[in-house]
Design a protein around this ligand. Structure first.
Ligand SMILES: [Zn+2]
Length: 185
């Protein structure tokens, strides 16, 4: 039961080759071209005799599209390659990233400071504690420590201190701007 699911997931893995597709015979390719009225499904233009064309999957196999007549379309080879590189591959890559994230395989290399994956947390009163024990945290002596940032940040922004007030705009400045605008018009 789960083995079938696992094999499907494994086939969709990044290291695995793309899903298998049937190689159409000449007769099948000709039938496809006539069924599609020799129209490229990407640019909607006619595939002229002598123009190279590919069997294109409207929904890429990597995104769950079926390798069947309903999903098979005809496309100019030029259109097909551009579309694959510009649309399909980025979409497939994103789907893989999302899936890895969904399954918890993707872990950020830079956990948010003070976030749930950080070793430290900052309390509402501004004190920094070790997340695991809840004991007060003391700045590490070695600057290479991963938590040295807190030692640098704490003196710069002590808790409950308002930022320095902004310099107020002088009313003369507004007047000058208005004067210059009047001068231009
Ligand atoms: Zn085309």
């Amino acid at each position: 039961m789960t083995s079938a699911l696992n094999s499907t997931v494994h086939q969709r893995g990044a290291a695995s080759p793309a899903p298998r597709r049937k190689r159409l015979s000449t007769t099948e390719r000709l039938a496809l071209l006539e069924r599609e009225n020799a129209t490229c499904h990407l640019c909607k233009g006619i595939i002229q005799p002598g123009q190279a064309w590919d069997v294109s999957h409207e929904i890429p196999l990597e995104l769950g599209g079926a390798d069947d007549d309903e999903n098979r379309k005809a496309a100019h080879r030029k259109c097909h390659r551009v579309h694959t590189a510009a649309v399909d591959l980025p979409t497939i890559a994103k789907a893989k990233r999302n899936y890895a994230k969904h399954r918890g395989a993707a872990v950020s290399r830079q956990p948010m400071r003070g976030g749930r994956r950080d070793a430290l947390k900052k309390r509402m009163d501004g004190t920094v504690v070790l997340r695991a024990t809840g004991k007060p945290w003391k700045p590490a002596s070695s600057p290479s420590s991963s938590v040295a940032y807190h030692a640098e940040a704490s003196p710069a922004f002590p808790p409950h201190q308002a930022p320095p007030p902004r310099p107020e705009r002088k009313p003369e400045g507004d007047g000058d701007e208005g004067a210059s605008e009047r001068g231009q018009s």
